[in-house]
Design a protein around this ligand. Structure first.
Ligand code: ADP
Length: 390
């Protein structure tokens, strides 16, 4: 088996993970604040020690070459890149000129993310011209959605001419955790599952026999449930209302809905669920409201996902909140009173491990820590090197 470097390039950050087959650990690094005087890179060395290096005013390319020097004592066989928006591309692809052009052509769908992903791809193509490199798209898993799930009720030419439709995101995570849960339940990629990926970004997904049939995010990652700083669904007329009544322009509205809303906007305190749970325990009413809206809207979305499934075998929780907060999981289960769900309290109290947390009387409930890097590495192995992966 091969060693794979996974790269996730954002607008001002780069995450990398070197996934080594012969070791039971990975090398991680994070370069952040790129393009500012605070640019720095931190991570874990091969001796499992933490490091931090200040980078001055480094850009993506300079940060990547520093990162690559730090792992230069390891050989790797291929590179996998996370790309946020793949439009209607259904699978990961080996990078060539056509793939790069295809990603450029859909950059209007993800103007913040795709150009940053391309910077990472171009930089590693320069640094490693002889290594095979693969793009793994966040949207690809959801390309199995039927048109009744992905079409907006808009004039059809907006879809036909401009690609305006629901795409969905977090696909790598939904695919990974639903495959794991179904495998642990006894039949890999069989049955009907509702997944809640609850990190800073949050989304739900209906998975039937290993295929996505619906998901809560849409044309962009703003649609759907309440998130750390994103509003999730609002009345589409809100934009018009805010413009006419408050004089806000589109850039301001976009900023407020993406960066100032969600848990942060509701609580006026934090986008971090841990902070909110603690504040609510100490009687902070705004933190309590933020949690209540988050939980109710999430449960509503999960109930809606059940419409896509011929049969419900179980729920899956993942992402920082889903993996770590038994408190939020319990509230979500209470908010779904018609599904016959029951928790095993002892199992629900555990954190950050694969565990079944229902009491065996109704649909299964699983906590599955997500592993987007591991999944990207496996897809890269498969596409670039032809290796069979489980
Ligand atoms: P990202 O989407 O950036 O990868 P994560 O998946 O790491 O984010 O999730 C971050 C969220 O997980 C934050 O809201 C954080 O508060 C939350 N979280 C982590 N641990 C806990 C915990 N023990 N209880 C509640 N929330 C938690």
């Amino acid at each position: 088996m091969s060693n794979i470097l996974v790269i996730n390039c954002g607008s001002s950050s780069i995450k990398y993970a070197l996934i080594l087959q012969d070791y039971d650990y990975r090398l991680y690094g994070l370069a952040e604040n790129l393009g500012t005087p605070q640019a720095r890179i931190s991570g874990i060395t091969k001796d499992k020690e933490k490091f931090v290096v200040e980078l001055g005013l480094a850009d993506h390319e300079q940060a990547l070459s520093v990162a690559m020097q730090r792992i230069s004592h390891f050989k790797f066989d291929a590179i996998g890149h996370r790309v946020v928006h793949g439009g209607t591309m259904t699978h990961a692809r080996l990078i060539d000129d056509q793939v790069i052009e295809d990603i450029q052509n859909i950059s209007n769908l993800a103007p913040l993310h795709n150009p940053a992903n391309l910077i990472g791809i171009n930089a590693t193509m320069k640094l490693y011209p002889d290594l095979p490199q693969v793009t793994v798209f966040d949207t690809a898993f959801h390309q199995t959605m039927p048109n009744k799930a992905y079409l907006y009720a808009l004039p059809r030419e907006l879809h036909q001419q401009y690609g305006i439709r629901r795409y969905g995101f977090h696909g790598t995570s939904h695919a990974y955790v639903s495959e794991r849960a179904s495998t642990l339940a006894g039949q890999k990629n069989q049955g009907g599952w509702i997944v809640a990926h609850l990190g800073n970004g949050c989304s739900t997904c209906a998975v039937w026999n290993g295929q996505s049939l619906d998901t809560s995010m849409g044309l962009t990652p703003l649609e759907g449930v309440v998130m750390g700083t994103r509003s999730g669904d609002v009345d589409p007329s809100l934009h018009y209302f805010l413009n006419i009544n408050l004089g806000w322009d589109l850039a301001k509205i976009d900023q407020v809905l993406n960066k100032d809303s969600g848990l942060l906007g509701l609580s006026g305190l934090s986008n971090d669920m841990r902070t909110l749970v603690e504040a609510a325990e100490h009687g902070n009413a705004d933190a309590q409201i933020a949690i209540d809206v988050f939980v109710y809207r999430l449960a509503k979305s999960m109930a809606a996902m059940s419409c896509a499934l011929p049969q419900l075998d179980g729920l899956i929780f993942t992402g920082g909140i889903g993996e770590n907060s038994g408190f939020i999981r319990e509230k979500v289960i209470w908010a779904l009173p018609h599904f016959g769900l029951s928790l095993n309290a002892e199992n629900n109290a555990t954190r950050a491990q694969e565990i079944r947390i229902d009491d065996g009387t109704g649909p299964q409930i699983w906590v599955i820590p997500t592993d987007e890097e591991g999944r990207i590495a496996n897809e890269t192995r498969h596409i670039a090197l032809g290796e069979a992966v489980d």
